[in-house]
Write a protein that binds this ligand. Structure first.
Ligand code: EPZ
Length: 429
């Protein structure tokens, strides 16, 4: 098992190129399984979650080739089965998008219940509700979900009491070939949902309203594909490095971003007194030597609210800010577990139900802490960048699920970070 070793106290200065969006890539790769021809996808992030989903699609029979840095060709016409029940399917949550894709292709799907980050129960009742509205019969037995719409498969109507990203994408994919027009109301509006819809439309589907709270999908007989598509930059990766620049009082430019997608973070950072400068496809984050970073209150919400996937990282920002800051996690039931590890780094955080209260500024100190999940792991790296001493972060494969070239990108802007063997493993040897 590998660990990161990070010596705190270095200001980060320089440019970081942002990779393609993990959550757009996962939705688009799964959606490609409905096509009736091949497609080429560019700006695919080289991360393990994408590798796993590509291998799951290969096991379905799809022909997939890496064609250069971050570019893949997928031919789903060789897909022969609607079943994906092996262990690999469980290892990432996004495999559940194959329910919608296989339902659209075969009107049947059989999949292992998804896994993914563990921060509270992660139900899929809204996904199932959407499939049922399209005529599918569903059964959940021994951790396997089976959908069957061979008797009747038609357009449906899903009103979501909670704007679920996954259910929005899954039902959108499932409806691409369902006769009639499917309507999703109170749909989630994340940039990666729009990216999946744009991909499907370029390939020949007929989806309107993605990015608004009502999406209409007109079922078509064939989705020819035979087109190129380039994935949008990763909003959460960009936000993570923007926060890294701020907490180290550095000067970081994130390149290859869409500033509009970063507004939920950049507006908050400006309100905290952090200097933000924007260009067409870049954002500069800097903190002057006399600048005071002021505490503020965050509340995570579906887009265009503040993204829950930046919640752990933004809490580190509150640790360096002057005053009492609050983080209200309003999307996930249990996404504060990482704070226990932060407290071992001398963080003073009080948790009151869904709200974490931080009395800053605080001087964190090094410790040996695990990366509990993808974004919490990234937050531990941010904490280590400002902690006194050298921090060891273990189980870093979790972080590499969603951050391409994480260590190299941080080293390039001056972070003292190296990769090594987990120190406890070394002691045992
Ligand atoms: C996606 O998860 C992302 N994962 C998550 O990012 C992200 O945290 C989340 O959206 C919210 O933005 C991928 O895109 C692969 P949801 P998803 O359905 O789709 C409840 C990361 O770090 N809900 O929007 O699973 C649910 O319990 C990962 O990249 C239901 O009640 O999230 C939660 O409280 C971590 N029933 C809320 O909705 C359902 O059927 C939001 O969940 C579905 C969801």
């Amino acid at each position: 098992m590998a660990s990161y070793f990070i010596e705190g106290g270095k200001r980060l200065v320089g440019d970081i190129k942002i990779s393609g969006s993990k959550n757009a890539a996962l939705g688009i790769i799964a959606a490609s399984m409905v096509l009736d021809g091949p497609c080429t996808i560019d700006n695919v992030p080289l991360i393990s979650d994408v590798d796993v989903l590509l291998n799951i699609c290969r096991k379905l029979g799809a022909t997939i080739k890496q064609s250069g840095e971050g570019s893949i060709t997928i031919d789903p016409t060789t897909v022969t089965t609607y079943e994906s029940t092996h262990e690999m399917t469980r290892s990432i949550r996004a495999s559940y998008y194959l329910l919608g894709a296989l339902l659209s292709r075969f009107q049947k799907a059989k999949l292992t219940m998804p896994g993914g980050c563990d921060f509270g129960t992660r139900p899929i009742n809204l996904h199932i509700q959407g499939f049922r509205s399209m005529g599918a019969k569903d059964e959940l037995k021994n951790g396997i979900i089976t959908l069957d719409a061979t008797a009747e498969y038609h357009s449906g109507h899903l009103y979501m009491d909670q704007a679920s990203v996954g259910a929005t994408i899954n039902v959108m994919i499932a409806a691409t070939k369902a006769p009639g027009t499917t309507v999703i109301e109170n749909a989630a509006r994340e940039p990666h949902i729009v990216d999946v819809a744009n991909f499907l439309n370029i390939m020949g589907a007929s989806i309107k309203g993605a990015g608004t709270d009502t999406i209409r999908i007109k079922g078509v007989d064939r989705i020819p594909g035979n087109q190129h598509y380039s994935i949008i930059p990763d909003q959460i990766e960009a936000g993570t490095y923007m926060i890294a620049g701020a907490v180290t009082r550095g000067n970081i430019v994130v390149r290859n971003v869409i500033p509009k997608h970063m507004e939920p973070l950049s507006m908050k950072m400006k309100s905290m007194g952090i200097q933000i400068e924007e260009g067409d496809d870049w954002i500069r984050v800097s903190v002057g030597s006399n600048d005071v970073i002021k505490a503020t209150n965050f509340k995570t919400m579906p887009y265009p609210g503040f993204p829950t996937d930046l919640q752990p990282q933004a809490l580190i920002l509150l640790c360096v800010a002057e005053g009492i800051g609050k983080m209200h996690e309003a999307v996930w039931a249990n996404r504060f577990q990482y704070i226990e590890e932060l407290k071992r780094m001398n963080a003073d955080v009080t948790i009151a139900g869904p709200i974490a209260i931080v009395n800053g500024p605080q001087q964190l100190t090094s410790a040996r802490v695990p990366a509990r999940d993808l974004r919490a792991g990234a937050a531990m790296v941010l904490a280590a960048l400002i902690a006194e001493g050298t921090t060891e972060i273990t189980s870093v494969r979790t972080i590499e699920r969603g951050y391409q070239d994480f260590v190299a990108k941080l080293q390039k802007v001056g972070a003292a970070i190296t990769v090594g063997e987990d120190s406890e493993m070394l002691e045992r040897e």
